[in-house]
Design a protein around this ligand. Sequence first.
Ligand code: KG4
Ligand code: ZN
Length: 336
Amino acid sequence: MIVLGIETSCDETAVALYDNSKNEILAHELYSQVNLHAQYGGVVPELASRDHIQKLLPLLDTCLQKAKIKKEDIDGIAYTAGPGLIGALMVGAALAKSLSFAWNKPSIGIHHLEGHLLAPLLEPQKPNFPFIALLVSGGHTLLIKVNNLGAYELLGDTLDDAAGEAFDKTAKCLGLPYPGGKALSELAQNGEARFKLPIPMGNSNNLDFSFSGLKTAARQLIEKESQNALLSHQQKCDLAASFEKAIITSLVHKALAATKKTGLKRLVISGGVSANRLLRNQLNEAQNKNLEVFFPRLEYCTDNAAMIALVGALYLQKGLTDQNLEIQTFARKSIC
Ligand code: KG4
Ligand code: ZN
């Protein structure tokens, strides 16, 4: 079965073609609107929707050409149904449903977080169910027990900011453009974590997260360090390294605690922050005969349509489509 995936939940327009008989992405295209929004310091929803309209069909054409297939070869269409910016989501959903009508092929709305959650299944070395997932994105920080496709138990959540949000806000304090998580991490590579910052929820026994205390402490530290003179490049690198160390220590600590608590020996990390180098290194180091760790490749960590096509194929294969509304609500009920 070949499934077309469409992702337009925020500021990335993405299209992918997935062949489930080979567990292979035949082609995937992504246009990032980051430059469009950077001048405003964040995503402007109206601009995002308008740009998705411009980019979607050309990206689909490119995808078909690269995959060397015709539209007649597509067996179903999966699109991100939510959560996300409503106007942006509507552009993707409207295209998916129009194509479904025109081509007489089923469509299916996919929960964006379920896409992130299962993205590591696109890898040749993929985790078997059940596993623990740490889903760390711009809007969410979740620990989930993934029992099977569609069978999810929420173990922990953030009480305030998401990890990606804390990265982006701290990056902004360091003068980095939005979204600053990746840029902050690049600065941190040349820095020394010499400033002491609180490890979020380091002593709590539950599996919840909280990043607003760390975010405020980092902002106050940056303000203090820049009180008398502009920050030097090295100071910025050291501040970034100190912040990164504190937040990653918290994520690693809770993820490992979740595996211990449940006795599960497979840990999956996904979502935009799973691209973080320190997080990947620390969890790879924690890997041993009692713990296997899985990540999506870097291009499938942040928003993409490959993960939407994959999850769409998994459900379409089971005969679930937009006509079967049960599917539309299950993920929202269990992980949101
Ligand atoms: O999953 P994603 O692409 O979008 C959402 O669904 O939110 O995640 C985006 C988030 C942003 O906050 C971004 O700064 C963060 O992921 N991010 C990173 C890195 N790459 C992306 N954070 C830390 N280190 C990175 N290398
Ligand atoms: Zn996302």
